[in-house]
Design a protein around this ligand. Structure first.
Ligand SMILES: [Mg+2]
Length: 350
């Protein structure tokens, strides 16, 4: 889906490794007070004073985690940073720095990497995060991306996967299933394009879902909102693999069970319409579809009045004694055990 049919192609070999890093990172400025030294020395230097430092890292492999036939490189750069910022937010911390490393084969010209770094730069700018390091190297086949995100929080603010207790309320931010449905739409368009390369995809009706897939947002705004509301979750995780597997993580780490109410799961109207079109069950999509990067957390019932009525936060269930297990209470009021249908990169048959 490269829009420019005759793009300029500068071979990476022309710049050399050091020239390449300099070139790609020349416009990044340090903004965080904790960033003392960024790119340019042997290592970055940071000063977090009395705060705890939170670090998360993630690797993305072409053909496994992303498909460049419908993923524009700028979006890929943005998303690669975002999925890591999301993990920092899931600790109830605020992201401050990232490092970005990429390996590419020689089929990628310099212009492709510039596009990728444009997305990285946009993510850094919008989330007030500094790029403080990284590496570029060659790969025999395809593109591999590794991002490390760093964040900071006061020791007493950090929220873990463990910590929930029976009767805590289970809360989710935003809405679910959109990113998975966006992927289904893009995969369908790819198949249509293979049969008829002149076809122009009409994605208008799916713009929200496609954006959820191509340009997800880490819910840093929700971490800030919870601070403002003076609510400290008792446990928290981000939804990268689907609601069901994240609920099971909270149950396992907290030594608790859970009742999830099907009719409470927040869905965007376009997600419901697209599920009907694709003949998919919207609850299954929310439970099993990943990459929404919303936050899933538990709160003490005493905090409920503080979040009540907030359109960004939906109570979808409550925790129980561990012996009760983890269940979905359906609209028909039947109780179905929750199983991990989360996306598993080792099981993916693509
Ligand atoms: Mg996570």
């Amino acid at each position: 889906m490269l829009e420019d049919k005759n793009p300029q192609r500068t071979s990476l070999g022309e710049l050399g490794e050091f020239g390449l890093i300099d070139h790609l990172t020349q416009n990044f400025e340090l903004k965080q007070p904790s960033s003392l030294v960024g790119i340019g020395d042997d290592a970055a230097v940071m000063d977090f004073k009395d705060k705890k430092v939170i670090v998360s890292t993630d690797m993305l492999v072409e053909g496994v985690h992303f498909d460049l036939s419908y993923m524009p490189l700028k979006h890929l750069g943005y998303k690669s940073v975002m999925v890591n910022l999301s993990d920092i937010c899931a600790m109830n911390a605020l992201p401050t720095q990232v490092t970005v490393s990429i390996a590419v084969s020689n089929r990628f010209p310099l212009e492709a990497l510039e596009e990728f770094y444009e997305g990285v730069a946009l993510a850094c700018k919008l989330y007030h995060v500094d790029l403080v390091g990284g590496d570029t190297t060659s790969s025999n086949k395809g593109m591999i991306i590794s991002v490390t995100a760093i964040g900071a929080a006061n020791a007493d603010e950090i929220v873990y996967r463990k910590g929930s207790k029976p009767n805590d309320l289970l809360v989710v931010t935003g809405d679910l299933g959109g990113a998975y449905l966006g992927l289904q739409v893009l995969e369908r368009e790819k198949e249509v394009f293979k049969v008829n390369p002149n076809s122009q995809p009409d994605l208008e009706a799916y713009s929200y879902l496609v954006e959820r897939q191509l340009k997800p947002e880490a819910r840093k705004d929700m971490v800030e909102l919870l601070k403002k509301l003076e609510v400290k979750p008792t446990s928290m995780i981000d939804i990268s693999d689907g609601l069901s597997s994240e609920i099971l993580h909270l149950c396992k780490h907290g030594d608790v069970g859970c009742n999830l109410f099907e009719d409470k799961i927040p869905l965007d109207p376009s997600a419901i319409a697209t599920c009907e079109e694709f003949k998919m069950d919207s609850t299954m999509v929310a439970l099993g579809g990943g990459e929404d990067y919303e936050l899933l957390f538990t709160i003490d019932q005493a905090d409920f009045p503080k979040i009540k009525g907030n359109p960004n936060l939906t109570v979808i269930g409550h925790m129980t004694e561990k012996s009760e297990g983890a269940h979905l209470i359906t609209r028909a009021e039947t109780k179905i055990p929750i199983t991990a249908q989360g996306w598993n990169s080792f099981n993916e048959t693509k």
